[in-house]
Design a protein around this ligand. Structure first.
Ligand SMILES: N[C@@H](CCC(=O)N[C@@H](CS)C(=O)NCC(=O)O)C(=O)O
Length: 347
């Protein structure tokens, strides 16, 4: 059976993110069995997950939603094979289904209108795990191979194969492989001339911020938490300094580096400060980071990837050892703070 992302720690109690298993690309260059084609690929996301949401933002920013469909899971992890093992993971539900509880029966998380149906209309799956098991068998692997059943997934509907389940790859596939179908083909989140600068920024943002918040929240020793939280705030301060001087992380142009940072910032004050104990400072206490969040949130394609209800419902109900009674905090209404017009255009 697979482990959940949250459970894997080192000997010193430090959270270790497992690597993604499916890493193919979409191209006509003969390097992959997956050519770009309209209505052949499908994206599976949770609106709570920062890794999936960065892909959803890329899909919307490129204008690809009419040729790549999206399935959206319920935010609360459920038992996926209750008679066989203990795994808790993403499940499909239909709008109006009875509300779900956490693993111990606490909470009542509704099945809202964003959910795309159970069984999933594209695959017939009830759980994300089902899609992985089918895809593993398709490539001749045992279906119980030890991998994590994570979102996002980019699926080829023709073959039931998972093309890729690594968000950083999927973002780039969406950015460059479907330009003949995209409504916004000139939007380029990873332009050639900025690649090395983007790679460099992505690296420290990933280690200390995107994954840094998880290293705080899923640490199983004080020392591991202390190290992660210190580096998290060193690097948030670094972002603040950069964004005081320039509009975006890389300079004058919005790139994937911004979308990646934003997905952590938008979850920070509502979830991470309490749930992951990243409470040295809130994002709304940073001037430049806050204005930057406003600008990004006010972009249509990015806003379409933000659902704060799913975000809060997921985190606070899915890891029972962190929040046994599934109580979801009320404040601080971060999205309302982002509705104020931003002044980044004056930079
Ligand atoms: N490397 C993956 C990580 C994705 C990931 O960790 N997704 C989490 C949700 S935020 C997940 O699906 N977890 C499932 C589980 O823990 O079982 C990526 O960036 O695409």
């Amino acid at each position: 059976m697979s482990g959940s992302v949250a459970t894997i720690v080192s000997k010193t109690g430090a959270f270790m993110r497992p690597s993604s298993y499916f890493r193919s690309s979409i191209s006509t260059d003969g390097s992959t069995p997956f050519p770009p084609e309209a209505n052949r690929y499908h994206l599976f996301v949770s609106l709570a997950c920062p890794w999936a949401s960065r892909c959803l933002a890329a899909l919307h920013l490129k204008g690809l939603s009419s040729i790549i469909g999206v399935s959206i899971v319920h935010p609360t992890f459920q038992p996926t094979r209750p008679t066989i093992d203990q795994h808790m993971g993403w499940c499909f539900k239909s709008a109006g289904d009875p509300p779900l509880t956490n693993a111990d029966g606490y909470g009542s998380i509704k099945c809202d209108a964003t959910l795309t149906g159970c069984p999933d209309p594209v695959t017939g799956a009830s759980f994300i795990r089902d899609i992985y098991e089918t895809a593993l068998q398709t490539i001749g692997q045992p279906k119980d191979l030890t991998i994590t059943y994570s979102v996002p997934i980019l699926l080829c509907k023709h073959t039931n194969s998972i093309v890729n389940n690594e968000s950083s790859d999927i973002m780039r596939i969406l950015n460059s492989s479907f330009n003949s179908y995209a409504l916004n083909p000139t939007t380029d989140l990873y332009p050639n001339e900025l690649k090395s600068k983007i790679d460099e920024v992505n690296e420290w943002v990933y280690i200390h911020i995107n994954n840094g918040v998880y290293k705080c929240g899923f640490a199983k020793s004080q020392a591991a938490y202390d190290a992660a939280v210190e580096m998290l705030f060193v690097h948030l301060d670094k972002c603040e300094e950069i964004l005081k001087r320039q509009r975006y992380l890389i300079g004058e142009q919005l790139t994937e580096a911004d979308v990646r940072l934003f997905m952590t910032l938008i979850r920070f004050d509502e979830v991470y400060t309490s749930y992951f104990k990243t409470n040295c400072k809130c994002i709304h206490q940073y001037d430049a980071l806050m204005e930057y969040c406003r600008e990004l949130y006010q972009m249509e394609g990015i806003r379409a990837s933000v659902n704060m209800e799913h975000i809060k419902n997921h985190y606070f109900t899915s890891h029972k050892w962190l929040n046994p009674f599934a109580i979801i905090p009320k404040g601080p209404n971060f999205l309302k703070m982002l509705e104020v017009p931003h002044k980044r255009g004056e930079m």
